[in-house]
Design a protein around this ligand. Structure first.
Ligand code: 13P
Ligand code: SF4
Length: 349
């Protein structure tokens, strides 16, 4: 990235981050970023940074930043020996599934996700037995054993396109309840949740035109936003543009002006002329948008940080490259089956 001196790293970070953190903190972080960028070249590594990374990291060391789908695509095509994934475990696993010959590192030992933790491969097998022949779509926010039981994965940016690419009048859509409800609404589908409403669901199924069969996983960050949050802000700022991630409840998405993947939200702010913006998603992304668009009035009302994304720091990223940790492994039989589902997802724009 051409940041070959400490001073140039510091200057670049100060320009971006001066409205977000104090000068002494920028200088401290710039030292870490400089060391990481040196080591990255020495070790022939690429760093991928999800849009939710904290502002100092996001604006210094990643070679590429983006949403889940963009980063999956990049992981599949890199020619570097090492992929350092600054995101959460299921994302790093997806990189390993796509690029098994690379060393994939996650800078924190755990960096989980409430959605990924909500379902297992065994759960998917049981649903398949219950609904034989019905295709299974899983949101990419799940672990490799779940992807291995899946026909096709999707992300928040292509969920609708993936559903519409399938034949037949039923689909099992896992594990995010709210994303499923939002996609069902957007595509005019009915949705049922057989695990919590087994009898009613089975009786209703033949009468429904096109049915999505859902699961009760939730993102612990996005489920916190409420319609009341939006109503209160609109009272104070009637001309605010409200952007909500589709992991928010359907009521919140409906009360917002725009809903899309993290990158879609970033692009929307960039191209919009609205006088104020409210982001209903992980809070660090607001800082990153401010760093890129200092002239935009982002309302700083967010206090919801994903505890899992928050585990990834510059300190840990440096240590990851120094110690080659934490190496992501996926058993080969699971990887091969999971790859089919991820490949199909990557093909759909
Ligand atoms: P996207 O970046 O694909 O919108 O996903 C957001 C997310 O929840 C990742 O945890
Ligand atoms: Fe998982 Fe939600 Fe955190 Fe994304 S923001 S990693 S979906 S818990």
């Amino acid at each position: 990235m051409g940041r070959d001196t400490f001073e140039s790293t510091y200057d670049m970070m100060r320009d971006k981050l001066r409205g977000i953190m104090p000068e002494f903190e920028i200088r401290h972080k710039a030292e870490l970023a400089y060391q990481i960028n040196q080591l990255k070249v020495e070790r022939n590594a690429v760093i991928l940074g999800h849009n939710y990374m904290e502002a100092a990291l996001f604006n210094s060391v990643p070679d590429y930043t983006g949403d889940s789908l963009q980063l999956s695509r990049l992981a599949a095509t890199t020619d570097k020996d090492i992929i350092v994934f600054c995101g959460v475990r299921f994302m790093a696993e997806t990189a390993k599934i796509l690029s098994p010959e690379k060393t994939v590192l996650l800078p924190a030992k755990k960096a989980g996700c409430s959605l990924a933790a909500s379902i297992t491969g065994e759960d998917v097998r049981r649903l398949r037995e219950q609904y034989p022949g019905v295709p299974v779509v899983t949101y990419v926010n799940c672990y490799a054993d779940v992807k291995a039981e899946t026909d096709i994965c999707c992300t928040s940016s292509n969920a609708k396109a993936v559903i519409e690419s399938l034949d037949g009048d039923r689909v099992i859509f896992l594990p995010d309840e709210y994303l499923a409800r939002n996609v069902a609404r957007e595509t005019g589908r009915d949705i049922i949740f057989p695990v919590t409403e087994p009898r009613a669901s089975e009786e209703d199924l033949p009468n429904l035109k096109y049915t999505m069969i859902g699961w009760h996983g939730r993102c612990e960050v996005h489920e916190k936003f409420t319609v009341e949050d939006i109503t209160n802000i609109r009272k104070q700022f009637p001309d605010v543009l409200v952007l909500a991630h589709p992991e928010c409840s359907p009521q919140v998405v409906e009360a917002s002006d725009f809903s899309g993947s993290t990158s879609a939200m970033i692009s929307k702010v960039k191209e919009s002329e609205a006088p104020h913006y409210l982001l209903l998603t992980e809070c660090s992304m607001g800082d990153n948008i401010i760093a890129e668009n200092p002239e935009k009035d982002m309302l700083r009302l967010c206090s919801v940080r994903c505890p899992h994304m928050n585990e990834i720091t510059l300190e840990d990223t440096l240590e990851a490259l120094q110690k080659t940790q934490y190496v992501i492994e996926v058993p080969e039989d699971i990887r091969v089956r999971a790859k089919r589902a991820v490949d199909r997802m990557v093909e759909i724009g």
